[in-house]
Design a protein around this ligand. Structure first.
Ligand code: HEM
Length: 449
C-alpha cells in the first residue's frame, strides 16, 4: 500500500536533485528517462523538475494522480507539450481542451460502444490472419516493425472497412513518418527545432499533407454513398451533437488522425513487449500454449473466445503494467490551485507517468517481475494505481478496442508460432514519449501441437 496521504498545509513541492544549470533535468529525462522518472517518488508525492525554461511537476502519488485526472476543469490538456501534439492531431479528442471535450466525447463514444466490438474483432482477425499468412518457419523478423504493420492494418481496416485489405491503403507510409516524428518532436528540448528545414522535418510535413489528402478522399467517398459500413469512419460521419450538428470534414480528419496515431503505436508496442516477456518466461508461455490449444483447437481466436482466454488477457494486463506505451503524459493547471497540499501555480505543467506508478514496489510487490498471476485477484487496484489507459474524463476511448486486438493477436499468433528474440542483445525501449522497443529481431518457429 502507498504511504497514507493526509495533507494539511500548503507548501511548495520538493525539486528533484541533479538539475544542471540552464538545462535542468532535461538531460536526465532524455538520456535515461524511465529510470529517472521511476526514482522520483523517493523525493515526494509531487516533485518539481526544470526542463530548460519549462517548470514541471511530476505527480508521483496514486491518490494525487486520481485527483488530477478526475478534475479536468482545473487540470486540463494544454501547455507547450500539448501545443506540439496539436500541430498533428489538431483539436481532436485526445488534444482538445476540456471546454470542447464533452461534446466530442459524446459524439464519438458510439463508435466504441461494446456492441460494435464483435464487428471490429472480425476485421481484426482477418488482418491478423493476413499478416501472419506470409510468415514461414525459420523466418527472422523485425518484431516491432511487424507488430506495427499489423496494428496499422487493423486500425486502418476498422476505420475504413470498405477497403477490403487495409494493406492496400497508402495511409501506412505517411502514418509511419508522422507517428515517429511526433514522438521525436515532443522530446525536442530546443524551441523552434521542429521548424528548421531539415530533411526529417520536410519528410514529416510531406507525410502530414499526404495523410490529409488520403483521409479527405476517403471522407468524400463515404459521404457520397452515405451507407453505414460498420466501420469507425461511418460512425464519425453519422455522429451529431445535441443540436443535431455533425462533424465538419476537418473535424472528421482530426479524429481519424487521432484514432490512427493513438491506436497504432500503443497496441503495436504492447504486442512487441509481450513477445519479449513470453520469451523470457517460458513457464508462462507453456501455460499460455495449454490455454490456446484447449480453447482454439488450431483455429484463429474469435471474439466469442475472449471469455475463455483469461491467461492471455492477464498477460496483456501485465505487459501494460510493465511497459505502458504512453508512459508519461501531461496536464496544465488552469488556475492557481493545490494538489495534495502543494501549491501549483496557474499555467504549471503537471506530468503523470503510468510507468512510475506501475513500478512502485509499495503498489506492486516485486514490480520488475513479469507475473500475470498478480491479476488473479478479484480486487481492483485503487484508482490511480494502474493507469495504462489513463483515468477520468480523458480515459482512453479505445481501451476495449486495444485490449481486444492485443488478446486476439497474441492468442492467434502464439497458438501457431513461437517468437524467439535473437539472443545476445537485451531489448531496450526507444527514448521518446511512447514506451516502444527499439528494433529487435526474432526467429519464427511453427508450433507443433
Ligand atoms: C493498448 C492500447 C492503448 C493504450 C495503452 C492507450 C492508452 C491511452 C492513454 C493512457 C490515454 C489517456 C491520455 C491522457 O490521460 O492524457 C489514451 C487516450 C486516448 N486513446 Fe488510447 N490507448 C490504446 C489504444 C487506443 C486505440 C486502439 C484507440 C483508437 C482506435 C485509442 C484512442 C484514444 C483516444 C482518442 C484518446 C483520447 C481520449 C479523450 O481524451 O477523451 N487508444 N489512450
Amino acid at each position: 500500500m502507498p504511504t497514507p496521504f493526509f495533507p494539511t498545509t500548503r507548501f511548495t513541492a520538493a525539486t528533484a536533485p541533479g538539475g544542471l544549470p540552464l538545462l535542468g533535468h532535461a538531460p536526465a529525462l532524455l538520456h535515461h528517462p524511465h529510470e529517472f522518472v521511476a526514482g522520483l517518488p523517493a523525493h515526494g508525492d509531487l516533485v518539481r523538475l526544470r526542463l530548460g525554461p519549462l517548470r514541471a511537476y511530476v505527480v508521483c502519488h496514486p491518490e494525487l494522480v486520481r485527483r488530477m485526472l478526475t478534475d479536468d476543469q482545473t487540470f486540463d490538456k494544454g501547455g507547450p507539450l500539448l501545443d506540439k501534439a496539436r500541430e498533428v492531431f489538431g483539436n481532436g479528442l485526445a488534444t482538445c481542451p476540456a471546454a470542447a471535450h464533452r461534446r466530442q466525447r459524446r459524439m464519438l463514444q458510439p463508435a466504441f460502444h461494446r456492441d460494435r466490438l464483435p464487428g471490429y474483432a472480425a476485421l481484426m482477425i482477418e488482418e491478423i490472419a493476413g499478416a501472419t499468412a506470409r510468415w514461414h518457419d525459420g523466418d527472422v523478423i523485425d518484431v516491432p516493425a511487424a507488430m506495427y504493420r499489423l496494428s496499422t492494418a487493423v486500425t486502418a481496416r476498422c476505420l475504413f472497412a470498405a477497403h477490403e485489405r487495409a494493406g492496400s491503403l497508402p495511409v501506412h507510409r505517411s502514418m509511419d513518418v508522422v507517428t515517429r516524428g511526433v514522438g521525436r518532436r515532443l522530446m525536442l528540448p530546443l524551441p523552434g527545432a521542429d521548424r528548421l528545414p531539415t530533411p526529417g522535418n520536410r519528410r514529416f510535413r510531406r507525410a502530414q499533407q499526404d495523410l490529409r489528402e488520403i483521409t479527405r478522399r476517403l471522407i468524400a467517398e463515404h459521404r457520397a454513398t452515405g451507407t453505414d459500413r460498420h466501420d469507425l469512419l461511418s460512425t464519425l460521419l453519422a455522429a451529431t451533437d445535441e443540436d443535431g450538428r455533425g462533424l465538419s470534414d476537418t473535424e472528421v480528419h482530426e479524429q481519424v488522425v487521432t484514432f490512427l496515431l493513438a491506436g497504432m503505436e500503443t497496441t503495436a508496442a504492447t504486442l512487441s513487449w509481450a513477445w519479449t516477456l513470453l520469451a523470457a518466461n517460458p513457464a508462462v508461455r507453456t501455460r499460455l500454449h495449454a490455454e490456446l490449444d484447449t480453447v482454439l483447437d488450431g483455429q484463429p481466436a474469435r471474439h466469442e473466445d475472449l471469455p475463455s482466454l483469461p491467461l492471455t488477457a492477464r498477460i496483456v494486463s501485465e505487459t501494460l503494467r510493465l511497459y505502458p506505451p504512453p508512459w508519461i503524459l501531461s496536464r496544465t493547471a488552469t488556475t492557481d490551485t493545490e494538489l495534495g497540499g502543494h501549491r501549483v501555480p496557474a499555467g504549471a505543467t503537471l506530468l503523470y507517468s503510468p510507468y512510475l506508478l506501475h513500478r512502485r514496489p509499495d503498489l506492486f510487490p516485486r514490480p520488475d517481475r513479469f507475473d500475470p498471476d498478480r491479476w488473479l485477484t478479484t480486487a481492483r487496484p485503487a484508482p490511480g494505481t494502474y493507469a495504462p489507459f489513463g483515468l477520468g474524463a480523458r480515459r482512453c476511448i479505445g481501451d476495449a478496442f486495444g485490449t481486444t486486438e492485443a488478446v486476439l493477436a497474441i492468442a492467434t499468433i502464439a497458438a501457431r508460432w513461437t517468437i524467439a528474440p535473437t539472443p545476445g542483445r537485451p531489448v531496450r525501449p526507444v527514448r521518446g514519449s511512447s514506451l516502444v522497443p527499439r528494433p529487435f529481431t526474432a526467429t519464427l518457429t511453427r508450433r507443433v501441437r
